[in-house]
Design a protein around this ligand. Structure first.
Ligand code: GUN
Ligand code: ZN
Length: 442
């Protein structure tokens, strides 16, 4: 983010959260300005507060973008998503393992072609921004070129993205295999090239334990130790057949999560997708290690993987975030993801409030990823990634929000009824990166 002194102000209802000790979503602080002003300078938030207080002190040269009637919140953070699975989203299958064989692997094979990878990366980022997602933890494929294509596109748009090359050296088609040595070499080269370049950050990405040998997880653990501020992302305990398979492949571990622990892959900035079939000991270990559970409800329902136990996760105080897991997930929208998360929590007897879900998708995720103060917030000093939500986006949203009697009711309507249509505009580092086509009210 270069300094040029360029300033723009935005007038709207403003909403963001502040984490409290321990990142407990229930004890967050909610900050709200019903007629607010957000001042952006050089891609960062310079000031945030009430319009009546801040506007008189603004120089006459500062343009004010009028978003009155809309709600500005921090850009959403999707903590688990596969960009190469964009073209095979919504593919029918009886469950995770057959779905990987019949759809995922053949589609990921196409990423040996850099032109195809670049084309998908462009579409994928457009789609995220249309949904108001400004940061994501992104799986690429086993091909280093797929990472190159992704980061090149993200860097050109100045988006804060985390991504990595999939590591897998067994139990997958020959055409998608690396080796322990080549995977480590390629990962290190990509870290040198991309981690910290502009807003890009790297994630070591062993697909999941069953597709990595003991040697591969071993060198991955060494890299995780050498590069402490690099992320780690993988899948754990998503599906019962997968859990059984992992236990057969790695005998002698007390649980699936324990395999990753054994190789030094549980730490801050390590994010594990799904975490459905974990026990109390696992959840406590997640908490103690600082690793994060990425809850992927649309995917879990779509693939029939199981029901994430929100109550148990909360009791353990393990860090939880929300994620789409496209193409296992059936929507790019974090609002749709909240919708499903709420219903899954309901089934385990837990009431997941809209405020908590918006927290988890913004400030809560930033804190969990060790990116607090940089993204996920409208607080001064943060990178200016934000979303303009439109309570009138659809006839039913307009009708319901017209008599929303509290912030919770307003946010709940967005979470249950909203999707990409609810996003009027998206900004990244202070630059407009998406503008919804205007809908003409009849
Ligand atoms: N487990 C291993 N690979 C994958 C994947 O691509 N998607 C999901 N949902 N689970 C996985
Ligand atoms: Zn996944």
């Amino acid at each position: 983010i270069a300094a040029s002194g360029k300033r723009t102000a935005y007038r709207a209802q403003l909403l963001y959260f502040k984490a409290r000790a321990g990142n407990d979503p229930e004890h967050r602080l909610t900050v709200q300005h019903s007629d607010g002003l957000l001042l952006v300078e050089d891609g960062r938030i310079a000031q945030v507060g009430d319009y009546g207080v801040l506007a008189p002190a603004l120089g006459a040269d500062v343009p004010i973008v009028d978003w009155r009637g809309k709600l500005i919140i921090p850009g959403f953070i999707d903590t688990h998503i596969h960009y190469p699975q964009t073209d095979m989203i919504a593919s029918p299958s009886p469950g995770l393992l057959p779905w990987l064989e019949s759809y995922v692997f053949p589609t990921e094979r196409r990423f040996d072609n850099p032109d195809y990878a670049a084309d998908v990366a462009r579409f994928f980022l457009d789609e995220l921004l249309r949904c108001g997602t400004t940061s994501a933890l992104v799986y690429c494929t086993v091909h280093p070129g797929s990472v190159e294509a992704f980061f090149a596109e993200s860097h050109a748009r100045n988006l804060r993205m985390v991504a990595g090359k999939v590591l897998m050296d067994r139990n997958c088609p020959e055409f998608l295999r690396d080796t322990a040595q080549s995977g480590a070499r390629d990962s290190e080269a990509l870290i040198a090239r991309w981690h910290g370049k502009g807003r890009q950050m790297y994630a070591l990405t062993p697909r999941f334990a069953p597709t990595s040998s003991d040697a591969q997880l071993g060198v991955c653990g060494e890299l995780a130790q050498r590069y402490r501020d690099v992320f780690i992302q993988s899948h754990v305990a998503e599906n019962k057949d997968e859990v059984k398979w992992a236990a057969e492949l790695f005998p002698g571990h007390r649980s699936y999560l324990d395999i990753y622990d054994h190789y030094g892959l549980l730490r801050r900035r390590a994010v594990y997708g799904h975490c459905i079939w974990l026990d109390e000991v696992d959840l406590r270990r997640l908490h103690d290690s600082g690793a994060v559970a990425a809850h992927c409800p649309t995917s879990n329902q779509f693939l029939g993987s199981g029901l994430f136990d929100f109550a148990a996760a909360k009791a353990s105080r393990a860090q939880v975030t929300l994620a789409t897991d496209v193409g296992g997930g059936s929507s790019f929208s974090m609002l749709q993801t909240m919708n499903e998360a709420h219903k899954v929590a309901r089934l385990s007897g837990y009431h997941l409030s809209a405020e908590t879900m918006f927290y988890l998708a913004t400030e809560g995720a930033a804190q969990a990823l060790d990116l607090g103060g940089r993204i996920g917030t409208l607080a001064a000093g943060a990178e200016a990634d934000f979303v303009v939500l439109d309570p009138q986006a659809t006839p039913i949203l307009a009708r319901r929000t017209a008599h929303a009697d509290s912030l919770e009711e307003l946010l709940f309507a967005f979470a249950m009824l909203g999707d990409d249509r609810a996003v009027a505009a998206t900004y990244a580092a202070g630059r407009g990166v998406h503008r919804r086509e205007e809908r003409v009210n009849p």
